[in-house]
Design a binder for this molecule. Structure first.
Ligand code: UDP
Length: 234
């Protein structure tokens, strides 16, 4: 491998991917593994911003008994737990980080300030964005698209618990078709489960490339060094 093909990337890690097989909570081995991948990029000067999901603790839409707005705020708080776990793990291996949250919680993190976030990246700090967009009815996918646009990241690295985008769930259907390249419109029209439609539209309007792949240290590095794995949406 020679040189990274990107200078600034936005890594989106779903909450689910952080819990591993358990499907709930935080798996420290997985978090530490992701941190090693991020460190490797940080060491060679790639600027890394991270948006973390919260589905390993809570999803607003799956709690029907609670008021939707309240449930969404609970979901955003869940992402902050993941952000802090990732920060801790990165700092343990000497990677400078800042957590910025879309909802102010100054005792534990900086509030989201775009210019400050950009400055952190320029100084070689990994910026972890918690609390999504700070607004209910959105998702952390939308937060990833929004922050990628604001940070002027060249690509969204969408690390999932599947290796690519398929026309149906490959774990259930053995004949599921794998896509290596898709347009934003195909994702929206075919209702493919890459990102929700709000997030996909935001990427389309702002011409942000999305690379979807299975979460692992090796894959994160391979994608940044230009290896074709998973699915590219552009
Ligand atoms: N959420 C929200 N606004 C945002 C981001 C997240 O309301 O901008 C809430 C929403 O309830 C969502 C939950 O936080 O279900 C967890 O985020 P998400 O489901 O995107 O996490 P993932 O599925 O990627 O783990």
């Amino acid at each position: 491998m020679d040189k990274p093909i990107y200078k600034r990337v936005l890594l989106k890690i779903s909450g689910e991917a952080l819990s591993g097989e358990a499907g709930f909570g935080i798996n420290n081995d997985i978090v530490n593994d992701i941190s090693l991948g991020i460190k490797e990029l940080n060491d060679v000067g790639v600027e890394v911003a991270v948006v973390v999901g919260g589905g390993n603790f809570w999803r607003g839409r799956s709690n029907q008994e609670m008021d939707r707005t309240t449930a969404d705020y609970v979901g955003m708080l869940a992402t902050v737990m993941n952000a802090m776990a990732l920060q801790d793990s990165l700092e343990n291996i000497g990677v400078p980080t800042r957590v910025q949250t879309g909802i102010e919680m100054r005792q534990i993190a900086e509030p989201y300030i775009r210019r400050r976030a950009v400055r952190h990246l320029e100084k070689g700090r990994v910026v972890i964005f918690g609390a999504g967009t700070g607004n209910p009815y959105f998702s952390t996918d939308t937060a990833a698209a929004l922050r990628a646009a604001e940070m002027e990241a060249e690509v969204i690295l969408l690390a999932k618990n599947v290796d690519a985008v398929y026309d149906k769930d490959p774990k259930v259907h053995s004949d599921a078709k794998k896509f290596t390249r898709l347009s934003y419109m195909e994702v929206i029209n075919k209702e493919l489960k890459v990102m929700d439609s709000t997030a996909t539209s935001l990427c389309m309007d702002n011409k942000i490339t999305i690379k979807v792949f299975e979460l692992s240290t090796e894959n994160i590095i391979n994608v940044v060094y230009g290896k074709n794995i998973g699915t590219i949406v552009e």
